[in-house]
Ligand binder design. Structure first.
Ligand code: GLU
Length: 283
């Protein structure tokens, strides 16, 4: 029996140069597509205008081409998709699942420090819910005063709409979705009007991705993406979260630990084949 045709994607953020961890992830994704004679796509996750730079996008594409990756359609830039993100937010807002949050980081910190229990999620302390309880009048007044706001998902209410959900990871098997571990997550940031979680969920559907391949550092995020898919009535792919390459001190590769970029390795004379081998890839 032949394996089903998969569409996979590699979705780096152009906030720096690619390193060996990215190389592994890209190669993993392409291989998952090729094994089943499927499609491999590239998506540039450049919504965060505070961190992403166009020259990193250009250089990433250059580095990935040099490494030998071949994607089957022009890269999708998330910066071209703002209308789709705005439409989805409107839809969730009509479902009464979003609320504006006017809190500053300092407000949230003070509230957490002053409370006896501070539950934590994958991204740190959970939002303590301050703005969930504002009256319509209080919301209006703050908006009228021009206070900037984010949009948060009322996760408990969202779960009552969808009921229990599951998803399937190729390593771990069937998972019960627990999006509540993120609390009332921000779906539209004050500064960029969207968020990683919303954009990635919409774009995986837009690109007809059937198998989401990514590092296991994003495993927990899938609980939330599954909830968003159900709320937005999007198709449900499968996931394959792969393990991360570590440096010789057992830390996950990251720029801040001085992980060597692909460009640097290339300028030192390494071939693409050498770099694939350094990323633990056997040709
Ligand atoms: N853009 C994310 C990153 O560079 C990856 C998103 C994903 O694969 O879902 O970490």
């Amino acid at each position: 029996m032949s394996s089903p045709k998969e569409t996979t994607r590699f979705a780096p953020s152009p906030s720096g140069h690619l390193h060996l961890g990215h190389a592994y992830s890209g190669l993993f994704s392409e291989q998952a597509a090729r094994q089943g004679n499927g499609r491999f796509l590239l998506r540039i996750e450049d919504i965060d205008s505070t961190r992403c730079r166009p020259h990193f996008t250009r250089e990433m594409i250059e580095d990935l081409t040099w490494l030998g990756l071949e994607w089957d359609a022009p890269p999708l830039l998330q910066s071209s998709r703002s209308d789709a993100y705005a439409r989805a937010l409107k839809h969730l807002s009509h479902m009464e699942l979003l609320y504006p949050c006017f809190c500053t980081r300092a407000d949230i910190k003070a509230e957490i420090e002053g409370s006896a229990a501070a539950p934590h999620g994958p991204d740190g302390p959970l939002y303590p819910g301050l703005c969930r309880h504002l009256t319509p009048k209080e919301r209006q007044d703050r908006e009228a005063a021009g206070l900037p706001f984010a949009l948060r998902l009322d996760v408990r209410r969202a779960q009552t709409v969808t009921g229990p959900l599951t998803w399937f990871d190729r390593e771990q098997g069937k998972m019960t979705a627990t999006p509540e571990i993120f609390g009332d997550v921000v779906l539209a940031r004050k500064d960029i009007g969207t968020s990683y979680h919303l954009a990635v969920t919409l774009d995986d559907a837009f690109q007809d991705i059937t198998l989401v391949t990514r590092g296991e550092d994003l495993f927990q995020a899938t609980h939330l993406h599954r909830l968003l898919q159900a709320l937005l009535e999007l198709p449900v792919p499968q996931w394959h979260h792969h393990s991360l390459i570590q440096d010789d001190q057992g830390r996950r590769l990251a720029k801040r630990h001085g992980a060597l970029s692909l460009r640097q390795l290339r300028s030192e004379g390494k071939s693409a084949r050498d770099v694939r081998a350094m990323a633990g890839w056997r040709d």
